[in-house]
Design a protein around this ligand. Structure first.
Ligand code: GUN
Length: 174
């Protein structure tokens, strides 16, 4: 489907397809809808990025808080979104040893206690080893720098989800 077809979608269909490009934040594609006609998928992505940047820090933190923990309880109970499930599987989190699960749980708790939002990283671009190392390292960051790093990761996740929409055979495919 090319951009003309995207521009021809109803608002409801647009949201059905793009609703989770930022995890559990359909308000973001809902907000960029006003910028139609889009010139390309990259144009949609740029509007999403601008919208996120325009939010106050509380809004950015809100986006981060919509993300589930990596290797958390929702992964085990099968309660993740399909996107998050796939990303966590790609990074190797569906295949953890019990000791790795407890290590991730304890790092996630420490991180959330320090920053007030879950650790977010583009799981498709990292292995579980990279992620554990990065999580540990980020615990030493200043809160504002950490929020900015995490929002950068949200944008990377969004870019890959948008690319995936084009390629996948899912009901959401373009
Ligand atoms: N990185 C990619 N997907 C996710 C996710 O669903 N949660 C978190 N915390 N990080 C991610």
């Amino acid at each position: 489907m090319d951009i003309n077809a995207v521009n021809a979608l109803s608002y409801e269909d647009f949201l059905e397809i793009f609703g989770n490009v930022v995890e559990k934040c359909p308000i973001i594609p809902a907000a960029v809808w006003i910028h139609r006609p889009f010139t390309s998928l990259a144009d949609i992505e740029a509007h999403i990025s601008d919208f996120i940047d325009s939010l106050p820090e509380s809004g950015k933190e809100g986006i981060l808080r919509c993300h589930p923990d990596l290797a958390g309880r929702e992964l085990q109970s099968g309660a993740l979104t399909r996107d998050s499930q796939e990303e966590q599987r790609a990074a190797g989190f569906t295949d953890l040893q019990p000791s790795e699960v407890s290590r991730m749980r304890s790092l996630n708790s420490e991180y959330k206690e320090r920053f007030g939002f879950p650790f977010v990283i583009c799981a498709r671009l990292n292995t579980k080893r990279d992620i554990m190392r990065e999580l540990l390292q980020c615990l030493g960051n200043d809160p504002a720098a950490e929020r900015a790093r995490a929002i950068g990761e949200v944008k990377k996740i969004c870019a890959l989800r948008m690319r995936n929409l084009q390629l996948s055979n899912s009901p959401n495919k373009l």
